[in-house]
Design a protein around this ligand. Structure first.
Ligand SMILES: Cc1cc2nc3c(=O)[nH]c(=O)nc-3n(C[C@H](O)[C@H](O)[C@H](O)COP(=O)(O)OP(=O)(O)OC[C@H]3O[C@@H](n4cnc5c(N)ncnc54)[C@H](O)[C@@H]3O)c2cc1C
Length: 414
């Protein structure tokens, strides 16, 4: 099922749906469409599934869907850690304790799972269908159009795929979105960027919680156990402030990191040997100005990009695929892939996305903002939230997104 497309080779094919991008959104959608009897080609620029600093926290909402699709168990067997709580700590004080164990089993935890485990399992399930084609190592550089300007396929690296519909599932810097002339709608809604790194060692597997530490005089830090025996650390720094931080050199950066998470100072000293051990995430949010044009629709990060706060990216990407699935099945069946028809996806899904963006903005201000006022108000605010019904509402929204989203299994063919 896998096809490598090399420079100079010219290959052309025809399918029902051509999905650009084999991330969580693209592969989940591909599997749903294959189960519904459609022909699907997925085109992916990368040759491997290694996504070192990418989303690897699964929320219960995504777990439930992936389980319905029969991929969760296999992905879990490749290795993962369960986390029970999300905790906001100031010095030794727990300010906020979001306990997933109060949700109904079996999805009453967070799952830290390398994205490669999930993508490999999704791909294996897709490969069971003879109507599936996976073209990796192929970077899409052009959209094909008919004489009325309607998108009719994609091209790149000597490969061409004509399709009834093209789906742009190619992530936050979507090339497909740009080629379609759709603005990303980027907003600098957050005050922080995140510097990610991983550490090995005895301390690495400690704890079953995802924690945000706020120390005095240092930026907040996110810490959690990452499979197999690593601790993943996300150090927040002022938005666009990375250059200023690294100007002081590696020693200065290490000093700052050690100050932010003193418990890991020794491991930081041993294991961070170059700035290349650190990976900067430019945090922004964005909502594409429209999600469909004639013959093309955007999903996942390509349609809406989020801050990593609250670990929502995969949840939203997987749910996007579930919402788009019945719309695409009908579009192909009716031979109506007009912008008007495909825009049903945005009409249905945009309210969920906007609600999540609002919640993430509030979370960011409540947890990450520095300054005397925020520091004074935060413990009181956290105490109030903990003892009100608002706490359960926040937990449910973070865990499930829109809890009413269900896989349209009635569309599956034997
Ligand atoms: C550092 C970081 C940490 C994160 N942490 C979390 C987390 O803990 N939990 C969470 O839920 N989310 C997290 N996210 C967000 C999450 O990774 C994304 O929201 C999620 O992966 C989006 O899925 P997607 O399928 O829409 O896009 P992506 O996962 O970005 O997949 C897009 C795919 O398209 C391919 N592609 C791109 N351009 C082309 C092209 N021109 N031609 C062919 N293929 C192309 C890419 O190689 C990629 O495979 C994090 C993101 C980052 C960057």
């Amino acid at each position: 099922m896998t096809a490598d497309v090399h420079e100079g080779a010219v290959e052309e094919e025809q399918t029902d749906v051509c999905v650009v991008g084999a991330g969580p959104a693209g592969l989940t959608l591909a599997l749903l469409l294959l189960r519904s009897g459609l022909r699907v080609t997925v085109v992916e620029k990368s040759r491997s599934h290694q996504r070192e600093f990418r989303g690897e926290i699964l929320q219960p909402g995504a777990m439930r869907i992936l389980d319905r699709l029969g991929v969760l168990e296999g992905a879990r067997e490749r290795g993962c850690h369960e986390h029970r709580r999300f905790r906001l700590m100031e010095q030794d004080r727990v300010l906020l304790d979001i306990d997933y164990r109060s949700l109904p089993a079996p999805y009453n935890h967070l799952l830290s799972i390398p994205q490669s485990h999930l993508l490999t399992q999704l791909l294996l399930s897709c490969a069971e269908f003879t109507t599936f084609r996976y073209v990796d190592g192929c970077r899409v550089t052009d959209l094909l159009r008919d004489d009325r300007g309607r998108v009719t396929g994609i091209a790149g690296d000597g490969y061409t795929c004509r399709a009834a519909v093209v789906v742009g599932a190619d992530g936050r810097f979507s090339k497909v979105r740009r080629l379609a002339g759709i603005a990303a709608g980027r907003t600098e809604a957050f005050d922080q960027d995140v510097l990610w790194f991983k550490l090995r060692g005895d301390r690495a597997a400690d704890g079953h919680d995802i924690r945000v530490f706020r120390g005095s005089g240092s930026s907040p830090v996110l810490v959690y156990g990452s499979w197999p025996d690593r601790v993943q650390i996300g150090w927040t720094l002022p938005h666009k402030g990375y250059q200023a931080v690294v100007r002081g050199g590696l020693g200065h950066v290490k000093q700052q990191l050690a100050k932010a998470v003193p418990a890991y100072a020794e491991l930081i000293d041993d294991q961070i040997t170059s700035l290349r051990d650190l990976s900067l995430l430019d945090v922004f949010s964005g909502r594409a100005e429209r999600w469909a044009t004639d013959g093309l629709v955007l999903i996942g990060d390509a349609a809406h990009t989020h801050s990593p706060i609250g670990a929502q990216g995969i949840n939203l990407a997987v749910q996007d695929a579930v919402v788009l699935h019945p719309i695409l099945v009908e579009a192909v069946r009716l031979c109506d892939t007009s912008a008007a028809f495909l825009s049903r996806f945005e009409e249905t899904r945009a309210p969920d996305i906007e609600a999540m963006m609002r919640l993430q903005g509030m979370q960011s201000k409540a947890m990450l903002s520095t300054g005397a006022f925020a520091t004074k108000v935060r413990p009181r605010l956290a105490a109030v939230v903990r003892h009100t019904p608002l706490y359960r509402r926040i937990l449910r929204t973070i865990a499930y997104g829109n809890p009413s989203i269900r896989v349209a299994e009635e569309l599956f063919v034997a």
